[in-house]
Ligand binder design. Structure first.
Ligand SMILES: [Zn+2]
Length: 379
């Protein structure tokens, strides 16, 4: 168990066994043996903890949360470095562990998104997206002003990371499905429209693909289709993309719905608003203007608040070093999960309610005796 945590930390920090051995001043053999499940001397754990900025307690916490590799649905791709995948997965597992710690200490919003057990097809996926839009509390023909906030209100934890994957901007998992809490992590530094599409795409995976059997390539197509339908439903797309469909019109639609021009072109084609010829010509125009690399119209970046807010509630601070010393994670992990600053995201009318558990004693199953601390509502 200690060994799997040593491996996790090493993979998260993108170190080889030899590099970790060098910074910790232990032998590579000791690390290799530990990772293979062998006994680990206390002084080795201590040296690794000091070298990596984790607390020794982190390595002694017991089994890591089970996040099967398949449930992190980033595309496997020849150019995607295996090392980056491992790094992302290590980041993600720590996020899930931190969230499950917080669940014991605070009352997070209940999960209010219903998994879609029906087989999604091109025919019904539009209706499924409409149903989920209702669960998110969005009007039938309204844009989603802040997708991150909407999914957080439905109990999904969204976090960011600086770890980037060559082929995917985000990943998601639903640990202990369907009882647990879904978590989405996205790579920071992308445009707001890309971030929104990534998050809606992951909602697609979370709701459509938790019980297996869907071929990965097809799952990607479905998640993309679902994600775009979540951002702009069929009825609105047809209304907004009245012919003639011109680029400046698409730019306007982008500003209103927070979805990229490229995704809108694809959407128009998927819904039969225009045919293959018009699709090809619009994509060509997009390339000619250099808009495939960088589109006009800035969609604001969304900042998650549920995780930072819960951390602040539970630990009384949002300083990563302070939270790290209370939780055993390295400060870099906390910083990575909550981002450089959440202060700006705190302003405005966010209404993600987190309540403190008044006591740890009553268990969560029979936890009717537990009381919420009104402090949790002061946001
Ligand atoms: Zn995907």
């Amino acid at each position: 168990m200690i060994g799997e945590r040593i491996r996790l930390v090493r993979e998260y920090l993108a170190l080889t066994q030899q590099q970790l051995a060098d910074v910790a001043g232990v032998s590579q053999g000791a690390i290799s043996k530990a990772e293979r499940g062998g006994p680990v001397a206390d002084k080795t754990v201590h040296a690794i903890a000091v070298a990596t900025d984790y607390n020794v307690s982190f390595f002694k916490r017991g089994p890591l949360p089970d996040v099967p590799e398949v449930s992190l649905r980033f595309r496997k791709h020849a150019t995607s470095l295996r090392r980056d995948d491992k790094r992302f997965r290590a980041h993600f597992r720590q996020g899930v562990e931190l969230v499950s710690d917080l669940e014991r200490q605070a009352e997070l919003p209940p999960v209010r998104l219903t998994p879609l057990f029906r087989d999604a097809t091109n025919e019904n996926i539009e209706d499924l997206a409409v149903t989920v839009r209702q669960q998110l509390g969005v009007g039938r023909l309204d844009p989603i002003p802040n997708l991150t906030r909407a999914v957080e209100r439905c109990g999904v934890v969204v976090c960011g990371t600086s770890v980037s994957l060559a082929t995917h901007d985000a990943a998601s998992a639903w640990p202990n499905f369907p009882a647990g809490r879904p978590v989405i992590s996205y790579t920071r530094g992308r445009s707001g429209d890309r971030q929104r599409l990534s998050i809606s795409h992951e909602i697609g995976h979370l709701l459509l693909h938790q019980i297996g059997g869907v071929e990965p390539e097809y799952a990607e197509t479905q998640a993309f289709r679902f994600g775009t339908a979540l951002l702009i439903p069929q009825e609105a797309t047809i209304e907004e993309l009245q012919p003639p469909v011109l680029l400046h019109r698409l730019a306007w639609v982008k500003s209103r719905w927070g979805i990229s021009i490229a995704a809108l072109i694809r959407r128009g084609y998927d819904l039969g608003v225009f045919g293959r010829h018009r699709y090809g010509s619009l994509m060509k125009q997009l390339s000619a203007r250099g808009w495939r690399r960088e589109e006009p119209v800035t969609v604001p970046i969304e900042h998650p608040v549920l995780l930072p807010k819960t951390l602040r509630l539970v630990h009384g601070t949002d300083r990563p070093t302070a939270i790290a010393s209370r939780t055993g994670f390295a400060p870099i992990v906390i910083r990575d999960l909550i981002g450089p600053t959440s202060a700006s995201a705190e302003r405005g009318r966010d209404r993600v309610v987190v309540e403190m558990h008044s006591s740890r004693e009553p268990d969560r199953m029979g936890g009717r005796t537990r009381k919420a601390d009104p402090l949790g509502r002061t946001s």
